[in-house]
Design a protein around this ligand. Structure first.
Ligand code: URA
Length: 231
């Protein structure tokens, strides 16, 4: 492949922009500075720009440990966006496979593969999402049964799908839901007269938050994690 075409694909820039980048003498191929867009590059070549290795990406599947204070969208008037935590080229191609509220922490999946994220977000597939929930008021004796039966959310017709609640402490539960309505977990507890103090997503389908990630860090999913969504 020509080097200028490679830069277009790797950086998401136009051919003209690739030419400008090459002119600025910031691109090396196998550690040698190259200015000509016609230079041929193969899979074995190491292409670097501003000291970072460039790759032409296949689909990307990312797990991010989202901190509080970041929104799951490309733009927001008042908050920082979770994309600011990524060091990825062509970020405009990426989207969230299910969002978290600005004050919710935990597992967020990000991808540029629309069919893959559809498996996670489409109500038809009933993909499980598990949250650790800290409540303002103590858990009541009938909560487990109420979540199992389904809960009537304000301004919704019909009950939520059966959900599994595991009580962990007086004010702490693990909740697994199989849909993803707007502010669903907070609204479920509000419907029972309680209030969520803090919410943290631990798992989506079979994909578990990697405990070795620090808040704000991310990693690529393993092949096994990617494939688990199709099961
Ligand atoms: N339910 C909520 O209420 N908020 C989230 O961030 C995720 C699920």
């Amino acid at each position: 492949m020509r080097l200028d075409k490679f830069l277009c694909d790797a950086l998401g820039v136009t051919r003209r922009e690739a030419t400008q980048i090459l002119k600025s003498k910031t691109v090396t191929v196998n550690e040698v500075m190259v200015k000509s867009g016609a230079t041929k590059v193969t899979d074995e070549c190491v292409v670097e720009w501003q000291d970072r290795e460039l790759k032409v990406h296949g689909p990307r599947y990312i797990m991010l440990y989202k901190p509080e204070g970041f929104v799951c969208s490309h733009e927001d008037g008042s908050n920082r966006t979770a994309f600011e935590l990524l060091d990825e080229v062509k970020q405009d191609k990426l989207h969230f496979a299910g969002r978290l509220d600005v004050d919710t922490t935990g597992l967020v999946l990000i991808t540029d593969d629309g069919q893959w994220s559809h498996r996670i977000t489409s109500p038809k597939h009933k993909c499980a999402k598990t949250y650790r929930v800290w409540l303002v008021d103590p858990v009541e004796a009938d909560y487990v049964e109420k979540f199992k039966q389904g809960i009537q959310l304000k301004s919704e017709t019909g009950l939520t799908l059966p959900a599994e609640l595991e009580v962990r402490a007086e004010r702490e539960v693990l909740l697994t839901i199989y849909e993803g309505k707007y502010h669903q977990v907070k609204r479920m507890f509000a419907a029972l007269g309680n209030k969520v103090e803090h919410l943290h997503r631990e798992m989506i389908g079979e994909i578990e938050m990697d405990e070795s990630l620090e808040l704000g860090e991310y990693r690529y999913l393993t092949e096994e994690e990617v494939q688990s969504v199709w099961k």
